[in-house]
Ligand binder design. Sequence first.
Ligand SMILES: [Zn+2]
Length: 335
Amino acid sequence: MIKVTLKDGKVLEFEGSVKVEEVVKKIGMGLYKAAMAVKIDGELKDLMTEIKKDCSIEVLTFEDEDGRWTLRHTASHILAQAVKRLYPNVKLAIGPAIDTGFYYDFDADFPITPEMLETIEKEMEKIIKEDLNLERFELPRQEAIKFMEDLGESYKVELIKDLPEGEVISFYKQGEFTDLCAGPHVLSTGRVKAVKLLSVAGAYWRGDEKNKMLQRVYGTAFTKKSELEEYLKMLEEAKKRDHRKLGKELDLFSIHEEGPGFPFFHPKGMVVRNMLEDFWRKEHTKRGYKEIKTPIILNEELWHQSGHWDHYKENMYFTKIDQMDYAIKPMNCPG
Ligand SMILES: [Zn+2]
């Protein structure tokens, strides 16, 4: 017998191994319908995972961050599948979930236009209707490389080659489409009830400007159409309150070509800024904080020591002062 402990402490018993989805069905069909992924002994897994020994499980829905990410990551696979159906020569890079939805980076020899996004979105809706099951499988390193080489997916080949030796190399298949992926994913494409493609932007492969510029398609996904509509409405409202728009209209600050993203504060803007800083300072003092000020640029050695170099190097900015290497501090820490 296998004992599966639920979050509320209840224990279910099964004869021999059992798929998580079967366990969830036993808990209740409502939960089964809402389930996105599962934590088995704290580890994030697919609902199609086979349980072979005693364990505890926590079922994740769209309300849980990991559940939400699982659904939206599946939506990114649906996007890639739709693009491959419509434009088979496009090469796939990466397609993660993000806080507000998901994106996928494509290498296409044509610009992806807003009209194309509509066509792609229609194809995605077809894939959702087809309700394709997601199947996970693993391949040994050499076979995995050959598999992606045969598909002409050179970016995926590069990703596999960069995985450390001994790392599990897993794939997810839905219908005719397979992607290199660590997972987890929802049970089937039909679980993505509402999807919307939002924009296209340029993105360098691996975030390196020396690499090719790819096209990043952004989208979002929800489990209910009404939730998607609410989100889109919120985006519209946010646009009206965009600081770039308000800054200009209220003569608070301006942004110039010479410093993209660096505001030039005008007199009125400085009044607002100073008031905010006064408020911020008072609240900190009230709570017992003391102020210090440290340099914005520090010797590269420090960033090696702090670990920023290992983890955030790609997003840091470096400079030379008197033949020595320096970097602008990547986070708001005192150094
Ligand atoms: Zn994936």
